[in-house]
Design a protein around this ligand. Structure first.
Ligand code: UGA
Length: 428
């Protein structure tokens, strides 16, 4: 399919990235949303998601008339070759994915989607959803295809246009191949499979990453207890090509809008299938334990009692490069500090406004002012370039807890401060 007519339903970060990138590959893309104001903003080229390269791609797509934004999927799908469902699937009751948005769109387009048009799920949906949608749609002439996305926030455009792999699955193999052809310009390996397997790839991959991180955080804890250095340990592990070098950085725990939701959902659907996925539940508990260990470390740095302690927090977003606070371990730690009676002042280059339990400032040096301890929770590069001698002058206490092992310990040390990382010997 060299130039296809594509409708993308949902203009969140997955939908908008998918729409803008498919348009950049030469397809004619209509993006649909229920939010009229958002559609108007996007039609004028205004992108309110912090995602490098996305606004430019949207602008180019609009200018080339290959990309448009409309309200309402019903009419939009009438001439489509493929309809991509990119609506939210939040964590519903008891950890299972809430599919109401997917079901609502299916209802809306039932009578207007043309024969032979592929209905593609991009959203992370539980295994069996493609079959469920097919049954709900009740149209044997409309194949349902699962095409999970593997985009990371902050690098979504680059991930879309330079993917490690493309996965498409359908019980109608020809339809799966047609969807794979939409990406033919991208030289990535393509896995064509059945719908259930494609749906499972997404969970299996995200949950593997979560387990990898929990494992690294647990090994980092062991490093502290045994006097080893996690940086050296993970470097030594990472050269093994079977393990790989990425996703080996310890931190305050994993978070964001995907890994917590997907791990909970996988435990849930495994349980429904009669399998107790203890390996995954252990990874989830380990992630919570990591936050507690970080809190204990901060408490230790102020003499054991957080009540009344003044804590300066650097970073609130769940990772660098995004303003996303959803399931952010940084935010969870900052909130827990407040719950333990600490006075929290926080700075994040991408986060402003008011947050409960803390004062959010717009200058990193303000977090150091009068602080008993400074805690780095998100790995923003700009924190490396802070004037640590000035930070030390402003602080009352003498310890920096660097939960991302981001800073050069010697820089902090030279400023007359104590540096405490994760899984590394303290520098004092
Ligand atoms: C994740 C996956 O990486 C994507 O492949 C997937 O498409 C996406 O979820 C999704 O399902 O939509 P994302 O949530 O954007 O992407 O974030 P990641 O970059 O994967 O980071 C997840 C968490 O792990 C963050 O809290 C991050 O700080 C943490 N992390 C990551 C570490 O603590 N150490 C590392 O070495 C890497």
């Amino acid at each position: 399919m060299s130039s296809a007519r594509i409708v993308v339903v949902g203009t969140g970060y997955v939908g908008l990235t998918t729409g803008a990138c498919l348009a950049s590959l030469g397809h004619r893309v209509t993006c649909v949303d229920v939010d009229e104001a958002k559609v108007a903003r996007l039609s004028a080229g205004r992108v309110d998601i912090l995602e490098p390269g996305l606004a430019e791609l949207v602008g180019r797509g609009l200018a080339a008339r290959r990309l448009s934004f409309v309200v309402g999927a019903r009419e939009a799908v009438a001439t489509a070759d493929a309809v991509f469902l990119c609506v939210p699937t939040p964590m519903g009751a008891g950890g299972s994915a809430d599919l109401r948005a997917v079901e609502a769109v299916t209802d809306e387009i039932r009578d207007t989607v043309p024969s032979g048009c592929a209905l593609v799920t991009k959203s992370t949906v539980p295994v069996g959803t493609a079959r469920r949608i097919r049954a709900l749609l009740g149209r044997a002439d409309v194949p349902v295809v699962s095409n999970p996305e593997f985009l990371r926030e902050g690098t979504a455009v680059a991930d879309f246009l330079g993917p490690d792999r493309i996965v498409v699955g359908s019980d109608d193999e020809a339809a799966a191949r047609r969807v794979a052809d939409l990406y033919e310009q991208l030289s990535a390996p393509v896995v064509v499979t059945d719908a259930a397997s494609a749906e499972l790839v997404k969970y299996a991959a995200n949950c593997f990453l979560a387990m990898k991180l929990s494992y690294v955080n647990a090994v980092a804890e062991l490093c502290e207890r045994l006097g080893a250095d996690i940086e050296a340990v993970t470097e030594g592990m990472g050269h093994d090509r079977r393990i790989g070098r990425s996703f080996l950085k310890p931190g305050p725990g994993w978070g964001g809008s995907c890994l917590p939701k997907d791990t909970a959902a996988m435990v849930r659907f495994a349980e429904a299938a009669g399998y107790d996925f203890t390996m995954l539940t252990a990874a989830i508990s380990e992630n919570l334990a990591q936050r507690e260990r970080v809190l204990a470390k901060i408490a230790g740095a102020v003499g054991g009692n957080l009540s009344g302690a003044r804590v300066g927090v650097l970073g609130l977003a769940f990772k660098a490069g995004t303003d996303d606070l959803r399931d952010s371990p940084a935010l969870a730690v900052a909130s827990a500090l407040f719950a333990h009676g600490a006075e929290v002042t926080a700075y994040d280059p991408a986060v402003g406004g008011e947050l409960p339990g803390m004062i959010v400032v717009d200058d990193p040096y303000q977090v150091a002012k009068g602080a008993d301890v400074v805690v780095l929770l998100t790995e923003w590069n700009e924190f490396r370039r802070l004037d640590w001698a000035y930070m030390a002058e402003l602080m009352v206490g003498d310890t920096v807890v660097d939960t991302r092992n981001l800073l050069d310990p010697h820089t902090v040390l030279d400023a007359g401060l104590i540096w405490q990382g994760i899984g590394r010997p303290h520098a004092r």
